[in-house]
Design a protein around this ligand. Sequence first.
Ligand SMILES: Nc1nc2c(ncn2[C@@H]2O[C@H](COP(=O)(O)OP(=O)(O)OP(=O)(O)O)[C@@H](O)[C@H]2O)c(=O)[nH]1
Length: 362
Amino acid sequence: MSSNEAENGDLQTPAIVCIGMAGSGKTTFMQRLNSHLHSLDMPPYIMNLDPAVLNVPFGTNIDIRDSVNYKEVMKQYNLGPNGAIITSLNLFATKVDQVLGIVEKRAHSVSHVLVDTPGQIECFVWSASGAILLDALASAMPTVVAYIVDTPRTTSPATFMSNMLYACSILYKTKLPMIIVFNKTDVADAAFATEWMTDFESFQAALRDMDEDENVEGGSGYMTSLMNSMSLVLEEFYRHLDVVSVSAYTGAGMDEFLAAVDNKVEEFNTDYKAEVQRIRAQREKEKEEKKQKDLSRLLKDMGIKEDKGKQKEEPAMTISDAEDEDEDEDADEFADKFINPEGAEGLLDVDEYSEEEVSDGE
Ligand SMILES: Nc1nc2c(ncn2[C@@H]2O[C@H](COP(=O)(O)OP(=O)(O)OP(=O)(O)O)[C@@H](O)[C@H]2O)c(=O)[nH]1
């Protein structure tokens, strides 16, 4: 049993998935966290899942850009930037088992697995491939979402509320423990935000002030009453969160963030894990049922009378297998068209990644 395993053998290395609006500071936060962990002699394993990013200012162990050529996807499919991000993620997700195999292997010897995601949140969180990648991670190790908030841009009650509703929808979609990270506190203190989250009266007071001030964004009677009601709904959501204030620039708050991750790992093991496993089993069951249904339809179309008793020995199963193999081949052909455009073997070279030295980003 390695030190990263629980008594029952489950991998306990936390995976931290950084999600946040464009420009909230995800990449800078990852860079700071990476160098902080290196300074504690706890090197992490780093994955970049943003196919469109130009520069990643730290060493990555797995980078979607090494596997999928985003520009080529855009050209070949005549897609815009967001469509190409989704398609690139889809292509990457076809190899999720391979990728996860590498991550799991390496996760035994690192402190954390850090995952950077595209700033176009919806491309990742609301896409099938995002769900596949998150599911795969969560089924292998405790997985925590770090929702990065641009604090200076969230000081008005209206933008604060929008941001929190967005975070709430991500929690609902991913069903993973979440830490709200108020970033850029070197520019604006996040005390106002933590107060609004814990003291309902103070948020109400801020709403009243906004209502009276016509120059403030969102300052209309209807909006205020809508936000009043929504803030009541969000009270329940806030109870499930850990909140930390950090500055990716100065490094303030990094230890508090790591403590919050430990807290969420415990929560994952007690509250979320069973749910993750239940959802996974349900999906497998649905997949199996769909396969059986398709098979019955195929037999019917071919004019073969269904005989439940005979199905086991007769070619029905072979047809299904052949069909599956064809599907797999199609998927592989599709993926290979874009994956590893340089012509390297396989999607990801395990040895290449395992030998790779990753810098601390300084
Ligand atoms: N003052 C200050 N600026 C920051 C901080 N963190 C990030 N920034 C700045 O915010 C801007 C956006 O940072 P990024 O790290 O690129 O943000 P991102 O969320 O990864 O952006 P996308 O990849 O486009 O989604 C950059 O100009 C950073 O220098 C911080 O803690 N303090």
